[in-house]
Design a protein around this ligand. Structure first.
Ligand code: SF4
Length: 371
């Protein structure tokens, strides 16, 4: 049994109708419950919950401070490669896009690590396109120890791997893996993933199961909001989390909220999610999982990040470059997606302090765990 079996039992259209038909009293009942269950979560992401956003935000803020204190973890994405053997029609790295492709050499990697260290970061998210042959396990085996020697927290967002490979990378110091399903709606998934291994919907959907089996400390999931009905996507993310937390209870979980943004390819969202709705989802997830890490990326605007940061999120990226080599040499090039909050890490940290939170650059030390 994997999450795939539970996913197959869901009826997308029925879920959409259920969420849309939620009433004021169902929302109030969900808000009054001591612990929010999945049906209650559906009520809080429904249109009927929109007038309760302030109340949800206050609850979300209180739960976040109780569990995480007055802190905000800061991390930086490091793009190791923009090679990709997939064709996702919403992404600037899609294989048919004629952009300059590059994978960092060891020397270039060291220059990037120097530049990132100088910005103050100690938590790093390694990102690649998905190119199994050229940027696969051999490359990860080569670069991970080099990176782990300099960063306390190393996370990865790369192509889905086998459980055995995750176990091997964990032994080399990998702390967390993010793998986003993009869409839990199979026809939509097929429509946007046109070529390459990523077309295998089930293999991707079962990746968090393999991460749990491999004992990865932190597992990040999410959907790309806008490809299909965002409320049903959010319902699927919550169902997935609930399943994972029960089954792989030793791992921690994090959720991100990427929204479909303009890029080469020009795919327009069919179910646009505005900032109010994004905040509604963040607060609903906090009420659903008080222990969840919620991550807000630089895809969101400075204004939104500054206003939402105290209401539920626990981690933020800052000063992001989506180009391999972009920290040591910050010249312009085609990016994977557009960045909205372009402030430097220092300026973001000052905004975090102004909001009454302490920026956390390092929250982990290998002396505590031995790896
Ligand atoms: S979303 Fe990922 S897999 Fe798809 S084209 Fe972009 S980099 Fe490649």
């Amino acid at each position: 049994m994997s999450f795939y079996d539970l996913w197959r039992q869901q009826d997308w259209d029925h879920l959409a109708l259920t969420i849309n038909a939620m009433t004021d009293s169902q929302v109030q009942r969900a808000l009054a419950a001591p612990k929010l269950d999945w049906p209650g979560f559906l009520a809080l992401i429904s249109p009927a919950a929109a007038p309760y956003l302030e109340q949800m935000a206050r609850r979300s803020q209180r739960l976040t401070r109780q569990r995480f204190g007055n802190t905000m973890g800061l991390y930086v994405p490091l793009y190791l490669s923009n090679l990709c053997a997939n064709e996702c029609d919403y992404c600037g790295f899609a294989m048919s896009n004629r952009i300059k492709r590059h994978t960092l050499t060891e020397q270039e990697l060291d220059r990037e690590l120097d530049a990132i260290k100088a910005l103050g970061f100690d938590a790093i998210l390694l990102v690649t396109g998905e190119h199994e042959n050229k940027v696969g396990m051999d490359y990860f085996r080569q670069v991970l120890p080099r990176i782990k020697a300099r960063f306390s927290t190393v996370m990865m967002e790369v192509q889905p791997l086998e459980a055995g490979h995750y176990g091997e990378l964990r032994a080399l110091g990998l702390d967390a893996v993010m793998v986003y399903q993009e869409s839990y709606h199979r026809p939509t998934y097929g429509q946007h993933h046109l070529r390459g291994n990523k077309r295998d919907f089930r293999y991707r959907l079962e990746t968090p199961d393999r991460l749990g089996e491999a004992g990865i400390d932190k597992i990040g999931i999410g959907a790309l909001y806008g490809l299909a009905n965002w409320r049903v996507e959010a319902a699927m993310v919550a169902l997935h989390l609930d399943y994972l937390q029960r089954r792989y209870w030793r791992s921690r979980y994090s959720v991100s909220f990427p929204r479909l943004r303009p890029c080469t390819g020009g795919v327009e969202p069919v179910s646009p999610m505005g900032e109010r709705e994004l905040l509604q989802l963040i607060c609903a997830l906090r009420l659903f999982g008080p222990e969840l890490e919620l991550s807000l990326s630089t895809r969101e605007s400075e204004h939104f990040r500054d206003n939402a940061m105290t209401l539920g999120p626990t981690n933020m990226s800052a000063g992001s470059s989506t180009r391999p080599g972009g920290y040591a040499d910050p010249s312009e090039d085609l990016a994977q997606f557009s960045i909205d909050d372009v402030r430097s890490p220092d300026v973001v940290a000052q905004a975090v302090e102004r909001a009454g939170l302490t920026p956390v650059w390092k929250d982990w030390d290998r002396a505590l765990t031995g790896h």
